[in-house]
Design a protein around this ligand. Structure first.
Ligand code: MMA
Ligand code: CA
Length: 233
């Protein structure tokens, strides 16, 4: 290529070609079929695309790095996320540990686990109130029977035992020790009867051969008893 100062023209020397058609072919291969300037290296367009894409990816990567760093590395953010994590983790750990410790305690003391509760069956006899106090001292209370399964569970022991049901407050109004009213009952035939006009305000499970085993008796009687401690494991 020669730049002619005087004529302000660009002359392209394309060599000596025998005729006009040969010169045209040579010119097209240099300039490009569609008249666009082509690079002299074959496949150059592809190289350029790859290079440009690579650069774009680099820029994207850099932008991501910076934004992530800004989002995560600010001291308050690190502090907050760590605090949240450890508080939640610690709560879980404490709950798990205390559950493990209390369940181990109840198992070791000979309590039986059945349907989300621990049960303690006494080996000595006491009045209804003294029995209840014993359960309370053990972190529990007299059993509250609120399902057929639980009722069946109590019958397995074939012992006469106090349960946490009484009408001491208001005659004829049966209440569980947690204050809830009696809804599902398992009275033995003819019970409750305040037998021969006696003030039978406390309930024992008595008739083990029958699904309906409950009987009302005088609270000052002495019986075995069964405590319940709810604990979902
Ligand atoms: C006992 C006592 C009562 C009960 C009757 C049933 C004799 O009294 O347990 O509460 O109702 O037995 O015969
Ligand atoms: Ca009775």
């Amino acid at each position: 290529m020669v730049y002619d100062k005087d004529e302000s023209e660009i002359t392209i020397e394309i060599g000596n070609f025998p005729d006009a058609s040969a010169r045209s072919v040579a010119l097209k291969s240099y300039i490009g079929e569609d008249g666009e300037a082509a690079t002299a290296v074959p496949g150059g367009k592809l190289h350029r695309y790859v290079a440009v894409s690579f650069c774009l990816l680099c820029i994207l990567q850099a932008a991501l790095n910076i934004s992530l760093r800004l989002a995560l590395s600010s001291p308050q953010n690190i502090d907050a996320s760590c605090k949240n994590l450890t508080e939640r983790d610690n709560l879980r750990r404490i709950n798990f540990a205390s559950l493990a410790a209390s369940s181990a305690h109840y198992f070791n003391q000979g309590w039986v686990y059945f349907h989300d509760s621990f049960y303690y069956i006494s080996s000595i006899k006491k009045t209804w109130q003294d029995s209840r106090d014993d359960c309370l001292q053990r972190g529990a209370d007299l059993i509250i029977i609120n399902s057929k399964e639980e009722q069946e569970f109590t019958r397995r022991y074939k012992k006469i035992m106090w349960i946490g049901l009484t009408d001491r407050e208001t005659e004829g109004v049966w209440k569980w020790v947690d204050g809830t009213p009696l809804t599902t009952s398992f009275w033995y035939f003819g019970e409750p009867n305040n037998y021969h006009g006696r003030n039978e305000d406390c309930i024992e499970i008595k008739y083990h051969d029958n699904g309906n085993s409950w009987n009302d008796v005088v609270c000052e009687n002495e019986n075995l008893w069964i405590c319940e401690k709810k604990m979902a494991l």
